[in-house]
Design a protein around this ligand. Structure first.
Ligand code: NAD
Length: 497
């Protein structure tokens, strides 16, 4: 065994080993000779202990006044800000994305924490007249209890914070199972919570696999909400797991996001957007631009500009400030990307940039692949239809605006879309007619801000939204309260003579 640091689970305010006595290693995808850390290979009994702690903590946490809960969140945000560089550097080591982006990931957690800290003084309900005399009606938000989170590796601290901060401000307690590729960022989040005095049991971390930790969390009778972000395939299983007990279930899943480039688009800007959208985070964003549909009159110019830019992207270890694209997160993801490149070629798309694993020197130690572009991609091809989750961009063409809209919507997913045009009418029409949860005009498909709802339609989600005030609806239930101060029985909908 190596001398790498061993990290423990965080249960009831204490750092504890898994009852399994087993651990797993996490390696740097840019340099697999580096072990980032050793983590607990947890099992159902660890989940049970964490849920029990969270259930006990809920009894008091739900009664802490929301503004006081907000004060703790505010301190956590301040501490995250102080720790931003350390957390971000460790995040680059554990999942590979470049340091500029991991700083953004950490900043998103900071923003979300401040935002929800402020919600502690709002959490507004409504007051409304009664249909009867001397009666007062209102609504208020009540917490649900223990929330279970299952998170992916591509936004290692942002996504956990999107779930955690609204859950906590509403008065719930939390057990989180982070992705096995990126547990360290969530461990750092727990360290900050501990330092800032979040009461024991309010936030618990159990590391390990989906089957050994995720499943018991989903099936636990004392967990009231499961919030999951990950693939549509696993999301479907999560949904089925929650159904028998009617557990609330919030799913954020895959995407096949599109950028439309009209013939009047500012092409430089459209290219900037597509390069950032397709190759930022090595294409491993749920909102990544994986399809560009380009008007036939500008597709050649757009493509040649794209090729030049893609070929000049500096790929490497994300801790080097000059690097523009990091590695794939692991061997499996690299294999998936390479196999889709073969599928694209076989299906008849034209490979015009990249297409190969990067090798030689430092590249041999990591999971690096070239930024890749296919043109001539048609709607039947698998690279058009399936989520690849890597730096592979498919370019298709259209001749009419109506066709562009039809092509944009021709996907089973519905997360993010963008249009580049100078025509305000077309921009508004596309905004209305493209069926996604997020839409951009003259900006790439990535770049969500924390105070707007985040999520998607169709097979991307199950109707919930994260972030913004929408997140409060996942982590609270409405209670309608009627106060009758008439001193007499008044019956709703009955003629009270
Ligand atoms: P994944 O579905 O493989 O894993 C997500 C999480 O689920 C991990 O923690 C994993 O350990 C766990 N898990 C796996 N099998 C499980 C099971 N049977 N029971 C319970 N838990 C289980 O996804 P990933 O590879 O980590 O992330 C990539 C995917 O996430 C992509 O599809 C991407 O689009 C999606 N994603 C979506 C959003 C969004 O907000 N819509 C955001 C980021 C990522």
């Amino acid at each position: 065994m190596s001398d790498a640091k061993v990290y423990k689970n965080f249960i009831n305010g204490k750092w504890v080993k898994s009852v399994s006595g087993e651990t797993f290693e996490n390696r740097n995808p840019a340099d697999t000779s580096e072990i980032v850390g050793v983590f607990q290979k947890s099992v159902a009994d660890d989940v049970n202990a964490a849920v029990a702690a969270a259930a006990e903590a809920y009894k008091t946490w739900r009664l802490v006044p929301a503004p006081k809960r907000g004060e703790i969140l505010y301190r956590i945000a301040n501490r995250l800000l102080v720790q931003k560089e350390k957390i971000s550097r460790d995040m680059t080591r554990e999942m590979g994305k470049i340091i500029h982006e991991t700083r953004g990931d950490t900043q998103e957690a900071i923003d979300m924490t401040y935002y929800m800290a402020g919600e502690g003084r709002r959490l507004f309900g409504q007051t409304t007249p009664s249909e009867m005399m001397n009666k007062f009606n209102m609504t208020l938000r009540q917490p649900l209890g223990v929330c279970g989170f299952i998170t992916p590796w591509n936004f290692p601290i942002a996504i956990p914070s999107w779930k955690m901060m609204p859950a906590l401000i509403c008065g719930n307690t939390v057990v989180i199972k982070p992705a096995t590729d990126t547990p360290l960022s969530v461990i750092h989040l727990a360290e900050v919570c501990e330092e800032e005095g979040l009461p024991p049991g309010v936030f618990n971390v159990v590391t390990g696999s989906g089957s050994a930790v995720g499943s018991p969390l989903i099936n636990h009778k004392d967990v009231r909400v499961i919030s999951f972000t990950g693939s549509t395939e696993v999301g479907r299983k999560v949904s089925e797991g929650c159904a028998p007990s009617f557990k609330h279930c919030c799913l954020e899943m895959g995407g096949k996001n599109v950028q439309i480039v009209m013939d009047d688009a500012k092409l430089e800007l459209a290219v900037d957007g597509a390069i950032w959208g397709a190759f930022g985070t090595t294409g491993q964003r749920c909102t990544a631009t994986s399809r560009v549909i380009c008007h036939k009159d500008v597709v050649d110019k757009f493509t040649s500009m794209m090729i030049k830019r893609a070929e000049n992207l500096k790929v490497g270890n994300g801790l080097d400030e000059s690097v523009q694209m990091g590695p794939c997160v692991n061997q499996g993801q690299l294999d998936t990307v390479l196999s889709y490149i073969e599928v694209g070629k076989k299906d008849g798309a034209r490979l015009v940039a990249g297409g190969k694993r990067l090798t030689g020197g430092a590249y041999d130690k990591g999971y690096f692949v070239q930024p890749t572009i296919f043109t001539g991609v048609t709607q039947q091809m698998r690279i058009w239809r399936e989520e690849i989750f890597g730096p592979v961009l498919s370019v298709g063409t259209f001749d009419t605006f109506e066709k562009a809209i039809e092509m944009a919507n021709d996907t089973s997913y519905g997360l993010s879309a963008a249009i580049y045009t100078q025509d305000v009418n077309k921009a508004y029409t596309a905004m209305r007619d493209v069926y996604t949860g997020i839409f951009y005009v003259n900006a790439p498909t990535i770049g969500a801000e924390t105070h707007l709802p985040f999520g998607g339609t169709k097979e991307t989600g199950n109707g919930h939204r994260e972030a913004a005030m929408a997140a409060l609806d996942v982590f609270s239930e409405w209670k309608s309260v009627y106060v009758d101060f008439s001193g007499a029985l008044q019956r709703a909908q009955i003629d009270n003579a």
